[in-house]
Design a protein around this ligand. Sequence first.
Ligand code: ATP
Ligand code: MG
Length: 434
Amino acid sequence: MDTPSSAPDAPLDEALPDGDLLDGDLLDGEGDAPEPEIYDADVRRDDVDQDALKVIRRLRRHGHRAYLVGGGVRDLLLGVRPKDFDIATDARPAEVKSLFRNCRVIGRRFRLAHILFGGGKIIEVATFRRDPSDDPSEDAADDVRRNEDVDILIRRDNVFGEPHEDAYRRDFTINGLFYDSEDQTVIDYVGGMPDVQGRVVRTIGPPDVRFREDPVRILRAIKFSARLDLGIHPDVYDAMVAQREELARAAKPRLLEEILRLLRGGAAHRSFWLMWETGALGVLIPHLAVHLDDHSDDARRLWGRLDAIDALKRAGTLPTDAALFAALMLGPIQDATRGARDAVDAYESLMGEVVETLSVPRRMKERIRTLVQAQGRLASGRIGALTRREYFDEAATLYGIECHARGVPRPDWLEDRPAADKPAPRRRRRRRRR
Ligand code: ATP
Ligand code: MG
């Protein structure tokens, strides 16, 4: 079956690797493959996607190694329903394609195989790869510790590698585990299993280095901590704070996407509290951080709005991205435009900075303005013609979010509308009267 280097058939070792494992020679990637820790996995087979299991079985029947990997494994071990199931294998993309009719190879720079199933389900199959920088990470770590201005931002692509290298290139130990679905074991090169058990977010390798290589990882640490209710290791937390300015160097669309994920993840309150607390918010949306630093009633309402968003997520009625962003920025926008001679101007100069730092699409920026502008009309109760606007539902959702934050009852019209943010009761209604 597998070659000894992957050691899936190594004797079961129940002992936890000691916590200092990470500071060792994890990242040299040369010479003999290190021995992973192998754990019996407490995963119910029914919780694993059957199509993912089929893909793994077929790859193995053809002599390849194949494991579940990444967020799916982490979530299974934490008892959370995984969003998706990714597979890592030693088969090259072309080999994967030759084994599956329903396979599409994607990616110009790093090629991945997507296996397509009914209902739009995609199982992603990636060949084991490694970080291409021969970068002896300990040297880079020394430079970072000495505070030398080294540029280690990852710009190059990964290249094929061994399973242990594939584990080391990942961001956090909890995300670096392989699940062997045949043996029902977890293969752990990175000390991830003790961190799953201890419910802690810890980088693979030195945190300062890993955040400078890719500052978006700072937002990912916040996301995992908030969404999965995990602690952040103190050294990792300190590095997040120390490296937060690096966020300004990350690709802007990635930053926007991660901010939206924080809003959509069901833990928006905790996420943005951590954003504020670590100073990441001050780098990415300075106006919002300054607004919160005020500790005014206005500022406090942000937490209420984020609670409302988390409740909508639980109810399965997540607002649109524009409504989410509007709820995030409502305080600063209202501050800037209230009493301004030219409200549009005031809005543009506030949002100009956000648009620039996060590359918010122009359409979304305009939509946010429309939604915020509509709030005055909605508050006056004279909703009349507004109900016929195509943005009415979104604006009303934002209004409902603000009602929650202010602790005021929702007006009748909000209750009566056939709204996106009200799952039940599901009454069929005729179109609104013209
Ligand atoms: P989610 O449940 O939010 O999808 P995830 O862990 O699956 O969480 P993905 O963005 O889907 O996150 O990435 C899949 C895997 O790829 C991660 O678990 C991690 O191992 C690796 N990964 C993703 N982003 C990075 C990164 N910036 N640096 C290193 N590894 C990463
Ligand atoms: Mg994922």
